[in-house]
Design a binder for this molecule. Sequence first.
Ligand code: TYD
Length: 135
Amino acid sequence: MTLIRTIEFEALSDERGGLVSIEQNNNIPFDIKRVYYIFDTQSNVSRGFHSHKNLQQVAICMKGSCRFVIDDGVSREEVILNKPTVGLYIDNNKWREMHDFSEDCILVVIASDFYDESDYIRDYSVFLKGINCDS
Ligand code: TYD
């Protein structure tokens, strides 16, 4: 099973430009409780390096590009996000890293729950222990 699960959004494009509509439980597979975005990024500064216990997210690169690494504790896969019509679905218990941000990158993240620091696992060895306990 691939770890990279992308969602292609239908673009309503015409001579005036493009338009993508995002709807909970339609093209986003969960109730949307939070939207945040990352900007003013630098190519040599990586982000992420955590997993969540109970959070689904869809990351969309609205402008520029960045490289995501998704790791389930067994394998690691990566994808470059560089289109406002493609979302990366990230489930619970997936370690994620974001690298190689372009300086113009605007990364929007749609999340299934409010911000809660206690939902984060920020230590890779703790993440691996949790995965091994579950299996
Ligand atoms: P973090 O999730 O660690 O960012 P990234 O994974 O992109 O490296 O968040 C950075 C900081 O912002 C951290 O102190 C938590 C805070 N934060 C919020 O307060 N609310 C949010 O919705 C998010 C995503 C982060």
